[in-house]
Design a protein around this ligand. Sequence first.
Ligand SMILES: [Fe+2]
Length: 201
Amino acid sequence: MAFQLQSLPYAYDALEPYIDTLTMQIHHDKHHATYINNLNGIIEKYPELAGKSLEELLGNINALPEDIRTPIRNQGGGVWNHNIYWEIMGPKAGGEPKGKLAQAIEAAFGSLTNFRTEFEKAAIGRFGSGWAWLVKKGSGLAIVSTANQDTPLSDGLTPILALDVWEHAYYLKYQNRRAEYASSFWNVVNWEAVAGKYAAK
Ligand SMILES: [Fe+2]
């Protein structure tokens, strides 16, 4: 079965005023939808890949036919990365993580404040388009950033928090002020969703 565009788990205006309605509409309905269509176009030509999950495809890119490794990395990554980005945000969110996730953040980064600073640095420092991530790495946590639609899944890491730093994610509201977008992001992080991903195997 072809990949389907995952619905936004909240209304387009739910993340106002931090992420504006028009950005959400274009980002989800145009950008994300295009990655889905392009990915399905690739898979159609390789029936042996039909039925594989995105995690299977992206987690072992070198096992794919050589001519579609880059297209799957770009289009499949574009689908998977946006899925997690929508999932870890929400209305009336923000605040602080709790429980085991809070402890793990403290263990890895010293404090939540320090974690936020380091994460924002990864987001701001990514040259051009890409992503900042909090990932499970071994028994702990790490911050990484990737270019374009590359995903940490392809490096054997498990993302639990994602920030899209492509200009399409923030330009209508923040223009060139990526740092402001990154610091506003904390107001819409759904820490319960992040904790769910942290707790999952
Ligand atoms: Fe995006």
